[in-house]
Ligand binder design. Structure first.
Ligand code: ADP
Length: 415
């Protein structure tokens, strides 16, 4: 409305601008200054301490006065109509602050009378409010557009909770992974040391037998021809046992390096098995085994690598011998079913528990308890069998129960 300037707190040399304003304003200002001496004193105290401050005072129900001190210590005041001020000057500022997310509203506390709002709003929706600095008789309220603060807090809490649970799960998964890797490393170290000791033991036994019998023969201590022949045959069988072990390890390392090559040719599985049967028959029967071979003349010739297949069958027979305890019977059988030709090796030995059946084809795996613990082995035989069968696109079926025996069936597809 108008501005006044006075030279001191008492209102001396009072000038009103614009100058055409009448004496009624001068009267109002004089009355105001004398009634607000305390406020004015406060302003001068601030000024003394280097602060310039605006102090709002009410001058009439409709108008407000902002008092402040100028740099030359003269007292200044600006009279304005708050409603006009809010509508004309605050409007655009409030619009730009509110943007699309908030609603800002100015209203008189205690009434439902909204003077200005950036979007239509009910006063009851306004949750956060504060009185306006220069016009304390009006409140500025804020609320969220579309969403209440409670809803926003709830949404954020839910989001944070999900995030925390997610992070916690991630940490647990990480811990579990680390734990599993450490466990694997420990198992691997254990497997390695077992393997080295198993292989060393497997090599040492035939070597010491060979050296013992060769020495005895060399010293001429064996008198009868019969005994000599027996010692020769022991040396012979121990030598082939040695080369079997070495071959197994070599073949395994070749397979691991992906360097094993197969030479496929049309062969009769009966022939391969018959050869093996004839080689092992005498030896096994000598060791108290009932060893039977049942061929199947109906099966077609298959494209196989005869050496690899022989190796697989021999490994199975080796195991059948090793893991037979009281009933010593082995059946080698050929047959066909559902488009596959099979060779199976059945024993009446110690059998394999269901949980171990899943693991015995893993490299280095050996059942660690009972009878197996006392039988020597490398843990490579069945993993070699598995790889050979896979290279022939075949499959392995195992039927076994503890104490009753096992039957390993190798199936090869008829092309
Ligand atoms: P190795 O015989 O050198 O230990 P394999 O890979 O040939 O290794 O066999 C793995 C494991 O499977 C053996 O340690 C044994 O526990 C079990 N197994 C294999 N064949 C038989 C079988 N015929 N009867 C019982 N257990 C067997």
């Amino acid at each position: 409305n108008y501005v006044f300037i006075a030279d001191g707190p008492d209102g001396s040399n009072l000038r009103i601008y614009p100058e055409q304003k009448g004496s009624s304003e001068k009267e109002t200002v004089t009355g105001l200054l004398s009634s607000k001496q305390e406020v004015i004193k406060k302003l001068y105290d601030y000024k003394k301490n280097g602060y310039l401050k605006l102090e709002p005072v009410d001058i009439s129900p409709a108008n407000t006065m902002a008092l402040f001190i100028l740099n030359d210590n003269s007292l200044c005041g600006v009279s304005f109509n708050p409603v006009v001020f809010i509508n004309q000057l605050l409007n655009s500022k409030m619009q730009s602050i509110a943007g699309n997310e908030f609603i800002l509203a100015v209203y008189k506390p205690g009434t439902n009378n909204i003077i200005l709002s950036t979007s239509p709003v009910d006063i009851r929706e306004i949750k956060q409010m504060k009185s306006l600095w220069l016009i304390p008789q009006y409140n500025l309220g804020i609320t969220l557009k579309g969403e209440t603060i409670e809803e926003l807090v709830k949404a954020r809490s839910t989001r944070n909770l999900i995030l925390i649970v997610g992070i916690a799960l991630l940490i647990f998964a990480g811990i579990w992974l680390v734990f599993r890797n450490i466990k694997k490393e420990i198992q691997l170290a254990q497997i390695k040391s077992d393997f080295v000791s198993n292989v060393s033991h497997e090599l040492r036994t035939p070597l010491s037998l060979i050296s013992m019998f060769a020495e005895t023969l060399e010293m001429g201590r064996v008198k009868t021809e019969e005994k000599k022949n027996e010692y020769y045959s022991i040396i012979h069988s121990e030598t082939s046992r040695l080369s079997n072990i070495v071959n197994k390890v070599l073949n395994f390392s070749k397979m691991e390096a992906g360097k094993r090559t197969y030479h496929f040719e049309p062969v009769d599985l009966n022939e391969i098995s018959d050869k093996i049967f004839n080689t092992y028959c005498f030896h096994l029967q000598n060791h108290g085994f009932a060893f039977n071979f049942t061929p199947d003349k109906e099966i077609p010739k298959l494209n196989l690598d005869p050496d690899a297949i022989s190796e697989a069958i021999v490994n199975l027979i080796d195991n059948a011998v090793k893991y037979s305890e009281n009933t010593k019977a082995i059946n080698l059988r050929i047959g066909s079913e559902n488009g596959f030709v099979f060779v199976e090796v059945e024993d009446k030995g110690i059998g394999i528990s269901e949980s171990d059946q899943k693991k015995i084809f893993d490299k280095f795996f050996r059942v660690s308890s009972g009878y197996v613990h006392n039988t020597k082995g490398t843990g490579l035989g069945l993993s070699l069998v598995k790889q050979i069968v896979q290279a022939h696109k075949g499959k392995i079926k195992l039927i076994s129960s503890v104490g009753k025996g096992s039957c390993f069936k190798l199936l090869f597809p008829v092309e």
